[in-house]
Design a protein around this ligand. Structure first.
Ligand code: ZN
Length: 250
């Protein structure tokens, strides 16, 4: 029987059982395995890991763990104090866009409201989510550790909060998105981009009451849904203000 010693830093402890949090973990093993597999067997999904140090040297995910190894595993936040020579984090995406798992529908709608390209359907299965994330270079947002552990997933993030309002702020902070917020640009229903349309061209499609009160309308380029600043607008604007104010309060 061989043994390796793991220490997980900062927010990676979130994924560990209580008796493994913030302590050196003695991990016994018989079969040789990559460090990626061993980290995941202890409960931490690989997309959450930024860099790994074994016996004083930085290694890749393919490193095969040896008897007696002392292993430190770090999340991205640790870069504020350590600059590693090797990172297992994937190349940053040139465009930030998301695919969101079926349990995070409210988060998906909030991201669209703030202008972020976000794929979401309530019938996407895990395999499909992983495929979309991989083939389209979309960050997979989920609260399912098993989904993040799929090898196809490189850019993924485990959403810690359960409250939708806190979730959106968590994601904006994690990916530094506050500056990129452009509200009322996307269809909340299908993620399509909105365009301004001439009132006369869509007048038949809106309720009679709205026709006399509202002059400006947007239409989804994909599903043709019409948007206007009606009674729901104030509530959405309040939500957006709340999000923007959360940044100031940081
Ligand atoms: Zn639409």
């Amino acid at each position: 029987m061989a043994i390796a010693y793991f220490y997980f830093h900062a927010e990676l402890n979130h994924f560990l059982p209580r008796h493994h949090k913030q302590v050196k973990i003695s991990h016994f093993f018989e079969e040789k395995a990559s460090i990626k597999d061993m980290i995941e067997s202890l409960g931490v999904p690989h997309p959450e890991v930024d860099f790994i140090n074994v016996n004083g040297k930085y290694v890749n995910f393919s490193y095969i763990v040896s008897d007696g190894d002392a292993i430190n595993v770090y999340p991205i936040s640790a870069r504020s104090v350590i600059i590693p020579s090797i990172s297992v984090f994937p190349e940053p995406l040139s465009i930030i866009h998301f695919v969101v798992d079926i349990h995070l529908g409210k988060l998906a709608t909030s991201l669209r409201l703030l202008g972020f390209d976000t794929l979401y359907r309530n019938d996407y299965e895990d395999e499909k989510l992983a495929q979309i994330s991989s083939s389209q270079g979309r960050i997979l947002l989920t609260r399912d550790k098993g989904l993040l552990m799929r090898s196809l997933v490189t850019h993924g993030y485990y959403v810690r909060n359960t409250n939708p309002q806190e979730q959106i702020i968590e994601v904006l902070q994690r990916f530094d998105l506050f500056k990129l917020i452009t509200p009322f640009k996307r269809c909340l229903r299908c993620n399509g981009l909105l365009e301004w349309v001439d009132k006369q061209s869509i007048i038949e499609q809106v309720p009679e009451k709205v026709r006399s009160q509202i002059d400006q309308f947007q239409r989804c380029q994909d599903c043709d849904r019409i948007y206007w600043k009606g009674s729901h607008y104030e509530r959405l604007q309040q939500f957006i203000d709340g999000v923007l104010n959360s940044q100031k309060g940081e």
